[in-house]
Ligand binder design. Structure first.
Ligand code: SIN
Length: 534
């Protein structure tokens, strides 16, 4: 594959997780010149940390009675009325083939003694259809296998390159990306197509399962390029992140939901079961239900002082072998999950909304694509079903590559850098604290307005020069967008819960679209992306 800074490439891929690497390999095989740009190391991405697995119903290896239709039904139920049924059907139906291709590319999944794929359950799944690798290291194995396959195909892989702007031509279509190279020097890479596969925005919160790179970059790039985003208020909080104290911050170790899939139970300090009487699926209720139940349980605990609960996994035989990553994280924290319940609390985990795309990953900016967590395909709705995201990344990556190869737009002349006003808060720690108290579970107008006024009052104009500046600006914009969408939605649904609007309101069975206008003002607009409100 030939490329140069002068001539550019056919496709720039920003991000190197499951969606980006899948697209890279496929696009090169389809004859495109491709550059994968990542601001850090290739494996420094959310995919690397994914534990539980890939949800897919294989025709020859499934529970009796399970089917793609049943997987679709569970996804729609978890998504609380905001999934797009067509997207759900098409992505989940493509899952088994995507998994087969992945295995053909060398990914090694855990097998049973009978040499078939080992399967388990996670929250919201009514059948055992999660396949895994390395016990609880599925993401790391996908990353390894997909990177090896991509390297074999041969895209250019540029680590330490931070994309700062989607370069647009005079007609507002994509002409490439502006970036800072490894030395922090500005550069332009021309391309008629750009795929954002940058992951989410967990770092907008104080405690998160996401690595330090998850700073909302892709969402900010897309909004600034004029793309529409949607469902941004639906930030998913994982119920069981290892609790290491009230001031825990940054990436906290995940305790995969598969631990509950294997029989672990959430209990409080007094030993009472947290999920008792909350949901028919008990500890395996959808994630939004479990996270909200934990939050409310600790709030009403006698004395009202607890801020965490416990996951009792002491009944799981062979815990260390089945969950080596979780076991190691607990041991590092001085805990023994084989003997003692694990302290856990909800933390920011996954952004269900994102940049609006069609089934092929196309956004409403010609030449701009999005896939994986940064995208909003309609699969997740108001609450993502566990382990649907690695699957989505595999499917969406393939589709974007095919769409770019089919479109083959000419390389256009980029206009100059946008003269937009960038703003950023100075005090990221304060922003994260506010997001973690007011934009988590049980939001209120007063709390959301407090964050909004902090953002409005403290975000000052910035001409970003360093990676840290760009990340601060991206987090500021991402937080503004999440807060605006959360204020707009005056009901509770899925991961978006409001104490002042505690009920689900059927008139709100529609998505909130978010855009930036030319002056940098955020526009929110409720519209029926999922069909007419019923
Ligand atoms: C987990 O292993 O609990 C996380 C899986 C996911 O977020 O899909």
């Amino acid at each position: 594959m030939t490329w140069s800074w002068e001539t550019g490439v056919d496709l720039v891929i920003v991000g190197s997780g499951v969606a980006g690497l899948t697209a890279a390999e496929r696009a090169v095989r389809l004859g495109l010149s491709v550059a994968v740009l990542t601001k850090s190391a290739v494996d420094d991405c959310n995919t690397q940390w994914a534990q539980g697995g890939v949800a897919a119903v294989l025709p020859d290896q499934r529970d009796p009675g399970d089917s793609v239709a049943a997987h679709v039904a569970d996804t729609l139920l978890a998504g609380a009325g905001l999934c797009e049924p067509e997207s759900v059907g098409s992505i989940l139906a493509a899952g088994p083939a995507a998994l087969t291709r992945l295995r053909a590319r060398g990914a090694r999944f855990d097998l049973t003694e009978r040499n078939v794929l080992a399967r388990t359950r996670e929250g919201g799944h009514r059948a055992a259809r999660i396949v895994r690798a390395g016990g609880d290291a599925t993401g790391a194995e996908l990353e390894r296998a997909l990177f090896a396959a991509a390297v074999d195909a041969g895209p250019a892989v540029l680590e330490g390159h931070l994309v700062t702007e989607i370069a647009l031509a005079g007609d507002r279509s994509v002409a490439g990306v502006r970036l800072l190279d490894q030395e922090g020097r500005p550069a332009l890479l021309r391309a008629p197509a750009v795929l954002l596969a940058t992951g989410g925005l967990g770092q907008a919160y104080r405690a998160t399962s996401n690595p330090a790179v998850a700073t909302g970059d892709g969402l900010a790039l897309a909004l600034r390029a004029g793309a529409t985003a949607s469902d941004l208020e639906f930030v998913q909080f994982h119920p069981t992140v290892l609790y290491t104290g009230p001031h825990a911050s940054g990436r906290c170790p995940l305790i995969t939901e598969a631990v509950r899939g294997e029989g672990a139970v959430l209990i409080d300090a007094g030993g009472a079961e947290v999920m008792d009487g909350v949901h028919e699926l008990g500890d395996l209720a959808p994630r939004d239900v479990v996270s909200a139940a934990i939050t409310r349980h600790v709030r009403t605990a006698p004395g009202g002082v607890d801020d965490h609960v416990f996951l009792d996994a002491t009944g799981i035989a062979g815990f260390a072998e089945r969950f080596p990553t979780v076991h190691a994280a607990c041991r590092t924290a001085g805990l023994d999950p084989v003997r003692d319940p694990i302290p856990v609390a909800p933390a920011a985990h996954y952004h269900c909304g994102g940049v609006v795309t069609d089934a092929m990953g196309r956004t409403d900016v010609p030449g701009l694509y999005a896939a994986g967590e940064v995208a909003r395909t309609g699969l997740h709705g108001a609450n993502r079903l566990a382990s649907n995201s690695l699957l989505e990344g595999l499917v969406a990556g393939e589709r974007v590559a095919a769409a770019v190869a089919a479109a083959r737009r000419p390389v256009l002349e980029p206009g100059g850098p946008a003269a937009e006003l960038m703003v950023a808060v100075d005090d990221l720690a304060r922003l994260r604290r506010l997001m973690s108290t007011e934009v988590m579970i049980d939001r209120s107008e007063a709390g959301l307005r407090a964050v909004e006024s902090y953002l409005d009052g403290s975000a000052t104009p910035l001409i970003p020069a360093t990676r840290a500046d760009w990340e601060r600006a991206a987090l500021t914009l991402a937080a503004r967008a999440v807060v605006a969408a959360a204020l707009h939605r005056t009901e509770s649904r899925g991961c978006h819960t409001r104490v002042d609007f505690p009920r689900t309101d059927r008139r709100w069975r529609r998505s909130v679209a978010v855009r930036l206008d030319d002056t940098g003002r955020l526009l929110t607009d409720a519209r029926a992306l999922v069909g007419d409100a019923r």
